[in-house]
Design a protein around this ligand. Structure first.
Ligand SMILES: [Zn+2]
Length: 628
């Protein structure tokens, strides 16, 4: 455990500071050779953090860079929050930091070492963010810590000072005997989230690993025993599926706010997850699905990693064609892990699949933007227009479905002897464990072809690099399933509105010929009131409750500022959704293939398991049974 009282931390910080001033002993000289960070939690009410970086002796000229992005594939320009920066040499003589660009500073005269200090505003919530307030601090360290450009690979120390009384620190970073956190290099440091506050902690052992569970939430909103019980199942299922545990200790950090919640963020030795407290009270499913996803990332993306993301360039967008695999196939694995863990059943598995197919088919862009292009364009996702259905698809959505149909294709090509599991294990052995990175989609294809001994070029050309319509039934027939289109009559208000964060809802599109258009509603109008109530966060739900024939009353403000009261009747439209269903006749062979597929196992492995257990799947033919 990495818990120390506030008093002990302050004492140790003081001891460290004394040590670096006394430069005569060898043990001290070693600690000076590393880059030393001190993060002072000075003003929780003002969300201000002071950072001190002690640079060891070296080059006279040094550059310090604050990342422009981390975690989210979005440029967030963290330097916008730096209030001031100053520097001095080890004798206390001021050095003047020269700004080279908005995120990079140069100092001269640092040959004997230097001390750099800056103040940064820290108030971005979410598992990707850095937040410091009177309740707690949660820190994505890349958002607040600059790195010396010539020493990003150097070992470093980190300590926290002015930690409010009674707060504890949780992080996957190692804690040295001297009471400071250590990391082999900056990349490892910023892959380690830090929670500081009054959290609840639990821990457990499973599959030879040690797991820490940190929850910072109202105790009335969660049940630690239930969470730990679900985590046991998830980690056991994932570790057995990958037949690998590349860590000794792994840390789960959870926040359950009552407002907006940001989802999950993966790290090599931990994950930070934020879920809405009210959602959590209804079901543990959101927690188990996000947790399964983030936990699987410890392999897929953190260790089985595309070359295009290495080395990380913190100064600009990092373009990769592989997010359909690194994110989307992680979502495929998330479902398999939950099924293996007994957290979802076959019906829930198929429901989820139907929803994913519906989402992809509803976006006209599935015929114009490939999974690879969607991966490259991840950096555009912060823009409203880009997210429109005619402009983009989601690499999570199509990637998850590609994981499913790649799994089924590989089973078909290998007569049931290989599956997605063998692809992932092959990549783990041949890339991750050898310290190599894979060549985006080509690297996935290489693995899929190696485990099937067949040519899968057409699959990757059509569905990964291309935008060919996926013929679902061809993929699902061998497991006795088909995809059924169902037409539903849906209420249609005749317009689409969107809102960005706290700004008011504005009209993005008006359906031509609709009652909304006839009433005078125009693109660009701001919706001020809806059904007599001030428009706000609840307006979307209020609209969703209306039925065809109901009257909608809105007050809108035009782009020029004039307000109008408009009224029209809610219309209807036909909407197609997709469900995954049994074929009229499901053979015993199809059932056996389906059982293996749902468990994420090659069919031969399932048969072996079944015979070991003294039972054999009805009619299963282990050799060549699964041809289309
Ligand atoms: Zn993910």
């Amino acid at each position: 455990m990495n818990l120390l009282s506030g008093y002990a931390r302050r004492f140790l910080w003081l001891a460290f500071y004394v040590a670096i001033l006394a430069t005569s002993t060898t043990s001290v000289a070693q600690s000076v050779a590393a880059v030393a960070y001190t993060v002072s939690l000075s003003s929780p009410e003002l969300h201000l953090v002071n950072v001190q970086i002690i640079l060891p002796a070296g080059a006279a000229q040094r550059e310090l860079q604050l990342p422009v992005w981390n975690a989210l594939y979005q440029v967030r320009d963290f330097a916008q929050y730096v209030n001031w920066i100053r520097a001095k040499d080890r004798s206390g003589k001021p050095l003047v930091p020269q700004e080279l660009n908005s995120s990079c500073w140069r100092i001269e005269g640092a040959q004997g070492g230097a001390i750099v200090e800056y103040q940064i505003y820290v108030d971005s919530p979410g598992p990707f963010g850095a937040q410091f307030n009177p309740h707690h601090a949660f820190l994505n360290l890349a958002q607040i810590l600059m790195y010396p450009v010539d020493a990003r690979a150097a070992p470093l120390h980190l300590r926290f000072s002015q930690v409010p009384e009674g707060w504890h620190i949780a992080t996957p970073l190692a804690l040295s005997a001297g009471g400071e956190f250590t990391a082999a290099n900056y990349d490892r440091l910023v892959d380690s989230p830090v929670e500081i506050g009054n959290f609840e902690e639990s821990d457990f052992d499973e599959a030879g690993g040690h797991f820490r569970v940190i929850v910072d939430a109202d105790p009335a909103d969660y049940d630690m025993a239930k969470i730990v019980s679900a985590l046991h199942k998830i980690v056991a299922a994932a570790i057995s599926w990958m037949n690998d545990r590349p860590f000794d200790t792994y840390t789960f950090i959870y926040h359950f706010p009552h407002g907006q919640a940001g989802g999950g963020m993966e790290h090599a030795y931990s994950t930070a997850i934020e879920l809405n407290a009210d959602v959590m009270k209804q079901s543990l499913y959101p927690l188990t699905s996000v947790t399964s996803h983030e936990f699987f990332h410890l392999w897929n993306v953190k260790r089985i990693r595309p070359q295009t993301l290495e080395p990380v360039d913190y100064t600009k967008e990092n373009y990769t064609r592989a997010l359909w695999f690194s994110e989307g196939v992680t979502s495929t694995a998330e479902e398999t892990i939950q099924f293996r863990a007994g957290l979802i059943d076959e019906k829930q598995y198929f429901n989820g699949l139907g929803q994913e197919i519906t989402e992809l088919e509803h976006r006209p862009a599935h015929l114009t933007q490939s999974a690879e292009e969607s991966s490259l364009d991840a950096w555009l996702e912060g823009n409203g227009y880009y997210r429109r259905p005619e402009r983009s698809i989601s690499y999570y959505n199509k990637g998850e479905l590609l994981g499913t149909i790649l799994d089924l294709s590989v089973r078909d090509a290998s007569h049931g002897r290989a599956s997605l599991r063998e692809i992932l294990q092959w990549m783990n052995e041949n890339y991750a464990k050898k310290g190599r990175f894979f060549n985006d989609s080509e690297g996935v294809r290489e693995a899929a072809e190696a485990v099937t001994h067949s040519d899968l070029a057409a699959f990757f050309a059509k569905y990964v690099a291309g935008t060919e319509e996926i013929l679902w039934d061809d993929f699902f027939r061998p497991v006795g399933l088909r995809v059924q289109a169902i037409t539903n009559t849906m209420p249609d208000a005749g317009f689409i509105a969107s809102r960005n964060f706290d700004s008011p809802m504005t009209v993005a599109a008006v359906t031509p010929g609709s009652d909304a258009e006839h009433s005078g509603l125009q693109v660009g109008d701001t919706i001020v009131e809806l059904q007599g109530e001030t428009a706000g966060q609840e307006s979307r739900q209020e609209l969703a409750r209306l039925n065809p024939g109901d009257t909608l009353a809105v007050k809108v403000r035009s782009r020029r500022g004039a307000e109008r009261d408009l009224k029209w009747k809610i219309g209807s439209r036909q909407e197609i959704s997709y469900e995954v269903r049994d074929l009229d006749q499901v053979t015993a062979e199809q059932r056996a293939r389906r059982a293996a597929w749902l468990k994420g196992e090659a069919q031969s492995a399932t048969d072996a398991d079944a015979s070991q257990a003294g039972a054999s799947p009805t009619g299963a033919n282990p050799t060549g049974a699964n041809r289309k």
